[in-house]
Design a protein around this ligand. Structure first.
Ligand SMILES: [Zn+2]
Length: 231
């Protein structure tokens, strides 16, 4: 049986992942490559193109009717541009236009912040199913979040509503690459937790300092996802 599919793209500070997803939320195909975070923006786009090339080569691609992108933030959903804090090569990068160029004309392309994407996913198929109000968080290289209010995903005009990672929680805390100080992400991301753990004596299995990967390995799918239901 054939069904319409959506191509999903996840842009993160650790990996760039793509999938074909059916109308029940099931993942039919999945590919990922490491994010070349220390390289220029063109190299990051090349990684995106590599993921799409793998998806396009699958038999399911013919059933794809649209593309959905969730990117580490902040994003400018109206402009179709992204500036992921942990991917310095992309600042105001026109990702939607680049994806349209990669895939050719015809498919609608939608961009939201990864926190909004995960909130939509959790509300549809996951921990927030059946709940009208939820703050869904992704804790990985960074910290993102998205809001479901009154039963609907609320992304705000720029697509960043609920992006909790760069709220200041420590007024005189450490400087953050976003320009702020004492951000949630600087304290609670996988990277920050690993750094804190290393400073307090934790060692990786090989005796070296622990990395975000060691923290992530403790969670089932590589990313620790927490959903807080607001009553
Ligand atoms: Zn910040």
């Amino acid at each position: 049986m054939t069904t319409d599919l959506v191509a999903a793209l996840d842009i993160g500070g650790t990996k760039i992942a793509g999938a074909l997803v059916d109308d029940s939320g099931a993942v039919r195909e999945r590919f990922q490559v490491p994010t070349p975070t220390r390289e220029p923006g063109e190299a990051v786009l090349a990684a995106v193109e590599e993921v799409f090339a793998a998806l396009v080569a699958t038999p399911g691609w013919a059933a794809v009717r649209g593309v959905g992108i969730g990117s580490a933030g902040p994003v400018d959903a109206a402009a179709g541009a992204v500036s992921p804090v942990n991917i310095p090569g992309w600042r105001g990068f026109p990702l939607v236009a680049a994806v349209r160029r990669t895939l050719g004309a015809g498919l609608p392309v939608t961009l939201v912040g990864d926190g909004a994407a995960i909130a939509a996913g959790e509300h549809w198929c996951g921990a927030a199913r059946g709940v009208d109000n939820a703050l869904c968080m992704v804790v990985s290289t960074g910290v993102g979040g998205g809001l479901v209010l009154d039963g609907r995903l609320r992304t705000g005009p720029s697509g960043n509503a609920g992006h909790i990672g760069h709220l200041c929680v420590e007024l005189d805390g450490e400087k953050c690459p976003c320009g702020g100080r004492g951000c949630v992400e600087g304290i609670a991301s996988g990277t920050a937790i690993a750094r804190w753990a290393g400073e307090h004596g934790l060692r990786a299995p090989d005796g070296g300092p622990p990395t975000a990967a060691h923290v992530a390995a403790a969670a089932r799918e590589g990313d620790a996802v927490a959903t807080v239901v607001l009553k």
